[in-house]
Design a protein around this ligand. Structure first.
Ligand code: FAD
Length: 427
């Protein structure tokens, strides 16, 4: 059986769904195929922050030293599992090479530019009837170590040119703003313009909307082949049959390298950066309930209050594509909560665990654009810690590229050509 669609999107995570929404608004017929349930990948249980002011890429100056220290501590926020895989070795080397001030600054500028319309796009989605849970109280960064706080406050100057304000606060002012914080917190800062959403409600809102808009959205439909002739992709194969398309967009998150391999692109450098979250529903009975989204700096844990629950999220585990839950890491996240929040239960057994894989490129920037060697194969993946934040802007860029044939302004730094060589090795 052969179906047809103007565009086939491979992967129904938040990036694929936002691309489908933007394409539909251009009047383009779209089919979205997901190997499982759309939105059940990394886009489901993440921290839910919409944070353009955190546009700095993951590779950052000083991270090499910090990560080497962390690697020696089993419960630290970063875990790199040794793997005899040359492609992973190349990825790590390329990542560490990017841990310098110049590359970080360039990545921050490119991502901040892509994020310029993020809040307006989330507002436009709501105005267009897409329903999701959203909170707009900003984001509070909490510190236990005065030296770290002082250093990071100096780094905040980098944000000023992009119009992001940050209000520095001492310990007392922090507890005034968020009474749930414990006396251990010495200070921090508030990013008042940031928001958070319930990520599964955002994905569900998009799915509902796309269904009404006539998008052909198919779950349990893995793409197992990509047919191409010359530089043109002609169809994708699924266990239920072929779907011919004028263009194919790969939005398969951490699975992207495997999907691109189906078109002959080898070793596209996206690694899975596994993270965990713990849902406390109902929230634990604390002396003061958590009201605001918080970042617990030293332990790199996000605290997200949502309707009827509080979510703790954290950890970056480079252990390949897998959904194993590490009890040790879950315990570390729960204990982190207990260090910063008054009366927080240190035992993760009272919470529901989840794990998801951030799609990580070695330079920390997403790959958005045409795959080299192909006129109509597009990739939009590798959004790392910012996939939810950047999904609407990415969707717009993909739709513009397909609708006009021209690369949208500002997309240069995200060009997949920096990694991919068709038939050859990427990286
Ligand atoms: C703990 C944690 C906290 C996070 N917090 C935040 C945050 O606060 N803010 C933020 O902006 N980002 C956050 N992120 C990052 C964000 O979750 C991801 O960047 C984002 O969800 C990636 O979306 P995606 O659509 O690219 O991938 P996914 O959501 O993983 O979707 C990829 C989809 O592709 C499908 N697929 C795979 N192979 C195939 C195939 N062969 N055929 C068809 N379909 C296929 C999968 O089934 C999956 O549904 C967090 C991530 C984690 C893990």
């Amino acid at each position: 059986m052969t179906d047809r669609s103007d565009v086939v999107i491979v992967g129904g995570g938040v990036v694929g769904l936002c691309a489908a929404y933007a394409l539909r608004r251009h009047g383009i017929a779209v089919t979205v195929l997901d190997a499982g349930r759309p939105g059940a990948g990394a886009s489901h249980g993440n921290a839910g922050w919409i944070v353009p002011s955190l546009s700095g890429p993951v590779p950052a100056p000083g991270l090499t030293r910090t990560s080497l220290r962390w690697m020696l501590r089993p419960a630290s926020p970063l875990y790199i599992q040794p793997r005899a895989d040359p492609a992973f070795g190349r990825w790590l080397l390329a990542f560490w090479r990017r841990c310098n001030a110049r590359d970080h600054r360039a990545g921050l500028e490119a991502t901040a530019a892509l994020n310029r319309r993020t809040m307006a796009l989330f507002d436009a989605y709501r105005a267009d009837g897409i329903a999701f849970e959203q909170h707009a109280d900003g984001l509070v960064f909490a510190y236990l170590d005065p030296a770290e706080l002082e250093r990071d406050l100096r780094g905040l100057e980098l944000l000023q040119p992009f119009g992001y304000e940050a209000t520095p606060l001492d310990g007392e002012a922090m507890r005034e703003l968020e009474p749930a914080l414990a006396g251990t917190v010495v200070g921090g800062y508030h990013l008042p313009q940031e928001r958070h959403v319930r990520p599964d409600s955002f994905v569900a809102g998009l799915v509902a909307r796309l269904t009404v808009d006539g998008v052909d959205l198919r779950g349990d439909t893995p793409v197992i082949g990509i047919e191409h002739r010359g530089d043109r992709v002609t169809a994708v194969e699924t266990p239920a049959g072929r779907i011919a398309a004028d263009a194919v967009v790969v939005c398969a998150g951490a699975w992207t390298p495997g999907v691109l391999r189906l078109a002959g692109v080898r070793d596209f450098p996206i690694e899975a950066g596994k993270g965990y979250s713990l849902d406390y529903a109902p929230p634990p009975p604390l002396p003061q309930p958590v009201r605001r989204a918080l970042y617990l700096h030293e332990v790199r844990v996000a605290v997200t209050p949502l309707d009827g629950l509080v979510r703790l999220a954290g950890t970056m585990e480079l252990s390949g594509v897998n959904d194993r839950l590490s009890p040790r890491r879950l315990m570390a996240i729960a204990r982190a909560g207990a260090r910063y929040l008054q009366g927080w239960p240190a035992d993760p057994a009272v919470a529901t665990p989840w794990t998801g894989m951030r799609p990580m490129t070695p330079d920390g920037l997403p790959a958005i654009g045409r795959v080299p060697g192909f006129a109509n194969l597009i990739v939009a993946s590798g959004h790392a810690m910012l996939g939810l934040t950047l999904a609407p802007a990415t969707g717009e860029a993909v739709a513009e590229l397909i609708a006009t044939g021209r690369t949208p302004e500002g997309l240069g730094p995200f060009d997949p050509a920096r990694f991919a060589r068709r038939g050859g090795r990427a990286g």
